[in-house]
Design a binder for this molecule. Sequence first.
Ligand SMILES: Nc1nc2c(ncn2[C@@H]2O[C@H](COP(=O)(O)OP(=O)(O)O)[C@@H](O)[C@H]2O)c(=O)[nH]1
Ligand SMILES: Nc1ncnc2c1ncn2[C@@H]1O[C@H](COP(=O)(O)OP(=O)(O)O)[C@@H](O)[C@H]1O
Length: 416
Amino acid sequence: MLSGFGFFCSNRLFSLRSLFAFFPKFCGEAAAFFVDHLVNGQHTNGFGEDRDTTVQIGDRSYVIGGSHEGNPLFLGVQIHDKTTNKWLCFRSIPTVLGTGPKPCKGYSAIVLKQGRILVIKKGSASDDSIWFLEVDSPFVREQRKLLGKEVVAWSKGVRGNAEKPIVISGPSGVGKGTLITMLMKEFPSMFGFSVSHTTRSPRCMEKNGVHYHFTDKTVMEKEINDGKFLEFASVHGNLYGTSIESVEVVTDSGKRCILDIDVQGARSVKASSLDAVFIFVCPPSMKELEDRLRARGTETEEQIQKRLRNAEAEIKAGKSSGIFEHILYNDNLEECYKNLKNLLGINDDAPVNGVEAVEGINLPKEHTVTKKEDKIMIQETGEATKNDMIVLDLSSINGGAPGRTRGIVLDTVKSS
Ligand SMILES: Nc1nc2c(ncn2[C@@H]2O[C@H](COP(=O)(O)OP(=O)(O)O)[C@@H](O)[C@H]2O)c(=O)[nH]1
Ligand SMILES: Nc1ncnc2c1ncn2[C@@H]1O[C@H](COP(=O)(O)OP(=O)(O)O)[C@@H](O)[C@H]1O
């Protein structure tokens, strides 16, 4: 029986009776319950604090509120399963992938398609108000399988026309680093490099945190197990990986993220919701590749031999795996760079700016949220109510956790 059974949740004691008294009775995408509650602008669901928000999808209820493992900087998420009457996960806390929002005064939440919940922070700055919690997206399902535990993933909504991240792969010595450096030098405000983690030793000119985060195998393995990585692979005998945070940092700076990763990593990214452009760089010949590797002078003879042995398989996979939409041949460097810019839509004649600046619209502290097809309507409530409604168009969003959900467009609609 439920009565009298207490449990600990976000450092507060709640009763299951009050929990079920307030749970909605709908499943799937319909979000009428939450909309109804949001109409009041203050959601009291029996979980203790007004600021908690509960969202039900199928048999599961997701409680968004409090803090994550007592950390005041991270908003908490807990999952309850109706069929078993149990809170899921260790201490009812799922593994949370990606950096979530900081706790605030209250949240509006609405269920979207594909196992996503739109979470709007009440009264937050315009660049920090729209978040997505993925609870059953393809990425989350995959991670749940990989990590063997309950997983949810956060992704912040980024406004404006932020472009797709770019994944560049190719054998060692083909010129990936050279091309990326040229791009970042010519367009510093447009591109940002995703700094990978690696267990290989630094080369003499490489700086920790700039070229790579140089790390220890046991530390990196633990972080992989904790779900900190978007992808990872063993390459030429060392571990390499892209942390979710490294992609978030670049996107948050308003820049287009470039990932220099191997084919295995590219395959993992392709299976995620990052929604990137995939480019494979080929050498003009194996002889030229060997010459470049030797001329670079950064590897021992043994390492060069290993890299050359791996190169043939990488080139074969790069050309035939169906991962890469674009194959570039790096024979003449200037020509290859020009082709790279062309396929990224950077035209020599047209000046290129960074991501288009988007005028901020601050969302009202007290509001109601309703959903109609791809449109989310946010209407201010309370004494200072203005009649203008803010509309969030979901049809233009792309990407998602891990990383960021791009293409958030907010419009103010004047009431007639
Ligand atoms: N999967 C994966 N591969 C990476 C990552 N970072 C670098 N790599 C790849 O690891 C390989 C070796 O990189 P590195 O040791 O810097 O040597 P280089 O290829 O000769 O520049 C290259 O194919 C890189 O693209 C990463 O985060 N993930
Ligand atoms: N098109 C090219 N022609 C001749 N040398 C090149 C060309 N592209 C790059 N290189 C040189 O080849 C070496 C390997 O390039 P690098 O960018 O380090 O490769 P990667 O990052 O793919 O391992 C560097 O010394 C670089 O200056």
